[in-house]
Design a protein around this ligand. Structure first.
Ligand code: PBG
Length: 317
């Protein structure tokens, strides 16, 4: 199949936990695991062997609290992993997710206000200013550990600017920012939330993630991330939002990533396991559609499968 697809256009997400010797399966997320760093380092050898060179890290802390304090220490699960990965594999491009939902006891992507706060349907609100302070701290701790890119995904207003400022002021001008600019409040995130144990404990994320009935708002979010200094912007999820990807590329011609999210991936895997379709053909059709729409990079849990299939195709020729 001549898709023109290259492994270097793919970004593979990893979930990391503390401890040693761990490679745990995840509910409703076939083929994806939570790794401890030692096992992750082994897995990366295989990843590199497939020609993949970009990863996006999600860490799962041992403890959660209202302040999300497990997110930013220099020995946080994420920072410790980044340090070890860059030491062993300096050429792998390491991107880290910068958010709070996996670290907060309530599972929201920001710091909540004292008592009278407002999250859609709950009467609680996110304190944007405090959230920005913490996101900047997280991003800085990842940059200090050696992350090449930080990827803020909390959908807090001004998050890219706040992170850019903190990085610049601390001598990390070369650390790049991938904004999760157009992130929709999607049903397709369910397996991910099992992986990161990050589902909100009350309410939902509609007060800070985008409404899927409105595509225009997404373009406004992308424009503001570019203004704030993002080096690349993202549309997420990918498949139900190909129109947004296409419009974003046309309107901004800016480096653009699309996140082919956990639910999109699991649908394909489950269908294939039931014999509904050929997994490889299905994945190539899907990834081609995301490329066609205009994505320069695709974040996908299928990255290893794709790289393996591309290799096999080459060998068959
Ligand atoms: C939030 C975040 C989410 C994903 C990555 N970071 C979604 C959410 O829970 O709102 C989802 C990715 C996927 O489904 O693969 N910080």
């Amino acid at each position: 199949m001549n898709t023109g697809l290259k492994p270097a256009e793919l970004i593979y997400p990893y979930f990391i936990v503390s401890g040693r010797g761990k490679k745990e399966g995840i509910d409703s997320f076939p083929g994806v695991f939570r790794f401890s760093v030692d096992r992750l380092l082994k897995d990366l050898k295989g990843l590199q062997g497939l020609g993949l060179n970009k990863i996006l890290l999600f860490a799962i802390p041992d403890k959660k609290d209202a302040a999300g304090s497990g997110a930013y220490g220099e020995d946080s699960v994420a920072a410790a992993a980044v340090r070890k990965i860059k030491e062993r594999y300096p050429k792998i491009m390491v991107m880290t997710d910068v958010c709070l939902c996996a670290y907060t006891s309530h599972g929201h992507c920001g710091i909540l206000q004292g008592t009278g706060y407002r999250v859609q349907g709950t009467g609680r609100t996110i304190d944007n200013k405090k959230t920005l302070e913490v996101l900047a701290k997280i991003a800085l701790s990842h940059a200090e550990a050696g992350a090449d890119w930080v990827a803020p995904s909390a959908m807090a207003k001004g998050q890219v600017a706040a992170i850019r400022k903190a990085l610049d002021e601390n001598g990390y001008k070369n650390t790049k920012i991938l904004g999760y600019s157009a992130k929709f409040a999607s049903n397709f995130y369910a397996p991910f939330r099992n992986a990161a144990n990050s589902a909100p404990k009350f309410g939902d994320r509609r007060s800070y993630q985008l409404d899927f009935t409105d595509g225009r708002q997404a373009l406004g979010e992308i424009a503001s991330d570019i203004r704030e200094g993002a080096d690349m912007v993202m549309v997420k999820p990918a498949l139900s939002y190909l129109d947004v990807i296409k419009e974003a590329k046309a309107e901004f011609s800016y480096p653009l990533a699309a996140y082919n999210v956990s639910g999109e991936y699991s649908l394909v895997k489950y269908g294939a396991s039931r014999g509904l379709w050929n997994e490889k053909n299905m994945v190539f059709e899907i990834i081609s559609s995301i490329k066609r729409a205009g994505a320069d990079f695709i974040i996908t849990y299928h990255a290893k499968d794709i790289a393996r299939w591309l290799k096999e195709d080459m060998e068959d020729r």
